[in-house]
Each structure stands twice: as structure tokens, then as C-alpha cells.
Design a protein around this ligand. Structure first.
Ligand SMILES: [Zn+2]
Length: 170
């Protein structure tokens, strides 16, 4: 089932999600629907608050479905360590049509639970590391425009207000 992706302006995007405590069929359905929705929207990562569920959970697939081994679910994730720096363009399904460069660590070690409640720790690099950091921000109520300078952030917010007025932000 496709889920509705909430756009910037919805208060759920600025709230910290609750930890997942039940690794049940309901959670498996949510994760499956999040993968379907992410694929349909052409995204590489999707966090639960973006589909209206205030939970510490996100899904990621930076291969666009080409490598099932890189189709990953992170539940109650914690960033253990970061290394190096990378600068690259980012977008967000909650900010359609808005892209800009963000500086982030290049290597990230994260520990999380999988869909069966099994804990894992793994290291990711480059684009996957960027995605994990972007999605982890979401589950703590942080969105990527917070990395912009106040001046640029205001410009983006003004652009969004205009689009809301035009009915182009739903
Ligand atoms: Zn996002």
C-alpha cells in the first residue's frame, strides 16, 4: 500500500520519534509500505515521520532496487562513529524539487535493529553514509534545510510559502 509522504510544514517532521518496541506484523507492514512508497516516489531513503508515523525507523536503498542486499531497514538507529567529510547534493521527499549541497561525515558506523528485532552494527561510506545521516536526523525531528545558512534557509522557506499559496506543496 502506498503511503502519503508529508511535506515540510507538517509538525510531525519537527518531532522526535518514539523508539520502536514491538517487532510485530504491524511493523513489518509499515516497513514494506515504506519501501513501496520510497520506490514509487523515486527516493533513496524514507523515515517513518515522513509517512506520518512518529517512530525511530527508516528504510534505505541507494541502488534503486538493483541490489537486494542494500535494501536496508534501520530501527532505533544510533550513530556510533563518524569519520572524514564529504560535500554533496541532497534532496528530500518532504521537500519536493529542492536540492542543495550539504557537508556531512563521509564514513559512518551505525548500530540499529532489523525488522526481526536483531541488533546489528555496520559501517557505511559516501552516499549511503549521507543517506543514513539525513534519515537519522528525520527521526530526531531535524530536516536538511537546518544545514543552510540563515539567509539561504529564509530563501528556501520563502520559496516554499509561495508554492503552498499556489497549491503546489501537497
Ligand atoms: Zn528527508
Amino acid at each position: 500500500m502506498m503511503l502519503k509522504v508529508v511535506k515540510y510544514g507538517d509538525p510531525i517532521l519537527s518531532q522526535e520519534g518514539s523508539s520502536v518496541t514491538e517487532f510485530d506484523g504491524k511493523l513489518a507492514d509499515l516497513v514494506e509500505n515504506m519501501f513501496l512508497t520510497m520506490r514509487d516516489e523515486g527516493g533513496v531513503g524514507l523515515a517513518a515521520p515522513q509517512v506520518g508515523e512518529s517512530l525511530k525507523l527508516f528504510v534505505m536503498d541507494c541502488t534503486g532496487g538493483k541490489d537486494p542486499a542494500r535494501r536496508l531497514t534501520f530501527i532505533n538507529p544510533q550513530i556510533v562513529e563518524t569519520k572524514d567529510i564529504q560535500v554533496g547534493e541532497e534532496g528530500c521527499l518532504s521537500f519536493p524539487g529542492i536540492y542543495f549541497e550539504v557537508e556531512r561525515p563521509r564514513i559512518v558506523t551505525v548500530s540499529a535493529f532489523d525488522i526481526h528485532g536483531k541488533e546489528f552494527t555496520a559501517q557505511f561510506e559516501n552516499f549511503e553514509a549521507r543517506c543514513i545521516l539525513h534519515e537519522t536526523d528525520h527521526i530526531y525531528g531535524k530536516v536538511f534545510i537546518e544545514y543552510l545558512s540563515p539567509l539561504k534557509r529564509d530563501l528556501v522557506k520563502r520559496k516554499i510559502k509561495k508554492r503552498i499559496k499556489l497549491g503546489d506543496w501537497e
